[in-house]
Design a protein around this ligand. Structure first.
Ligand code: GLP
Length: 241
């Protein structure tokens, strides 16, 4: 694991943007694994800026997102498809049909998760997988006690995750309790992993991921087994190392 500690969240974000841009320059036909969450908003803003400035194109790329809420169609404002359209896809030049997320509104979400896994296997491997970090150590929606060998599937969200993500839902707006997520085993098959975590709320999970035992109680600790994983932290998130 390569650990990069930047003085501020802004610098951690631009380091991450730089790593993605570098990957795109090295291989314009990259398959990117993408993540959602508050931390990624600034990363996508940085990618849009680099695209507008010229020199960063996704015209040859494809993408697979980590996860999607079960029960939400892509048009729902809280769906991750909507998040990605709004914060990245509509601003840059991915080819039509090249961006993939699990089908949260599928009639059979279990089958949809298996189809998603098969699609990644067919179009992969993912060249660069971008990850955020849950305050409880989750990656994607692989909550603590998820098998470190897990594949894409339907999962139940932990109470702490529901609480952390409730800020995105309006009062009285139903918040899904289940999601389709890539598995930890699926994530580990990416050629390269870049995880970004910023802020004091992530300090404990970051320490468990990097220095704690390899354990299903901290899903992100699985990155210890990957041969090309880079963790980008700001000083606040690195405070417990
Ligand atoms: C959600 C996503 C994760 C993400 C996490 C962290 O739970 N499923 O992929 O890493 O949020 O989010 P934030 O950046 O908002 O702290």
């Amino acid at each position: 694991m390569r650990i990069l500690i930047e003085p501020s969240a802004e610098q951690a974000v631009s380091r991450t943007v730089g790593l993605i841009a570098e990957q795109m320059h090295r291989n314009p036909a990259s398959v990117l694994g993408l993540a959602t969450g508050g931390t990624m908003e600034a990363v996508y803003a940085g990618l849009i800026e680099a695209h507008r400035a010229g020199g960063l194109s996704f015209a040859g790329a494809r993408s697979f997102n980590l996860d999607e809420y079960v029960g939400l169609s892509g048009a729902h404002p809280q769906s991750y498809r909507h998040y990605m359209q709004d914060r990245l896809f509509r601003h840059v030049d991915f080819p039509r049909g090249a961006t993939h997320l699990p089908r949260g509104d599928a009639e059979d979400p279990v089958a949809a998760a298996q189809q998603y896994e098969a699609r990644i296997a067919a179009e992969g491997p993912i060249d660069l997988q971008l990850l955020g970090l849950g305050t409880n150590g989750h990656i994607g929606f692989n909550e603590p006690t998820s098998s470190l060998a897990s594949r894409s599937r339907v999962t139940c969200l932990a109470p702490s995750t529901l609480e952390a993500n409730s800020r995105f839902f309006g009062p009285g707006e139903p918040q899904p309790g289940t999601a389709i997520t890539m598995g930890i085993g699926t994530i580990l098959e990416a050629r390269r992993i870049v995880l970004l975590a910023t802020g004091a709320a992530k300090a404990e999970a970051a320490a468990a991921m990097i220095e704690g035992p390899l354990s299903a109680f901290c899903p992100a600790s699985a990155l210890q087994m990957h041969t090309d994983a880079t963790v980008v932290l700001d000083e606040a998130a690195a405070a417990r190392l």
